[in-house]
Design a protein around this ligand. Sequence first.
Ligand code: PTJ
Length: 249
Amino acid sequence: MIPKSHPRYESLRQRELLVEGYKAGATALEGLIAFGRGEAFDYLLGEKTPDAAVEAVRAAAAMLLAAENPVVSVNGNTAVLCPEELVKLARAVEGKLEINLFYRTEKRVKAIEGILKGHGAEKVYGVKADAEIEGLDSRRRLVDREGIYSADVVFVALEDGDRTEALIKAGKKVIAVDLNPLSRTAQTASITIVDNVIRAVPLLLAAAEELRAMDREALNRIHRSFDNPSNLRKSLSEIIHGLRSMASH
Ligand code: PTJ
C-alpha cells in the first residue's frame, strides 16, 4: 500500500505494523499513541541511531550476557515491531522471553504468544502470571515466578516509568530502549538505549553475538564502565546539536 519511494516510507511502514498489530488483538490502542510520541523524538534524532546509543548497546549486550537469569520483556508494541529479533536476542543471551503488559488481557497475551511462537519462540513466559512485583499497582505487576520475578537483568522497551522504578527497587538491573531521553524510564534504568526499538534490537542482537565468546569478567568490565547519566546527556547533546545545525541552515 505504501510506495517504497515515499520519503517517509520507513516511518509509515512502522505505523502499519502497529495498526495490523491492533487489528490482530496484540497491540493496545494506547500503544499507537505512545508510538506517535516516540516518532516525534525519532524525528529529532534524524531517524538514525545516535553515537551514544551505539555505546549503550555494547554495554547492554555485555550486561545481558553476564547475567544469571536475563529476561527479555515483550509488550504489544515490540511484539509487532521486531518479534523475530526479540526471539533471537533472548536465545543469543540464553535468556527468557516474557510477555508483560500494561493493558493486560488474556486475549492480548494469547495473541502476542502466537506472534512470538510464529517467529520461533519455544517457551514464552508471562502467559501464566503467578507472581507480583511489589510496589506496582498497574497490571504490569503480574509476572512469571520463573521469569521476571527471579530475573537479575530485565530488558524492556516502550515502558512506563513505574515498572522500571519497581524493578530497580526489587534489586534488578534494567536495560531500557526509549526514544525519549527525558522519560522516567530513561532516567531510572541501569542502561538506556535512546533509539527506535526497531533499530536498537537488531543492533543489540548483533552486539550480543559479537561479545558472546567473552568471559564473564570481561563482560562485567564493559558494562560496569558504562555511565548511564553521562550517556543520556550525550544523547540529549546529539539532539540539540542536530537542531542547532538545522536552525543555522
Ligand atoms: O502493550 P502494553 O499494554 O504493555 O502497553 C504498552 C504502552 C506503550 C501503551 C505503554 O507502555 C505506555 O503507555 O507507554 P508510555 O508511558 O507511553 O511510554 C512509551 C515510551 O516509549 C515513550 O517515552 C515513547 O517516547 C517511547 N517510544 C515510543 N515509540 C518508541 C519508543 N521508544 C523506542 N522505540 C519506539 N518505536
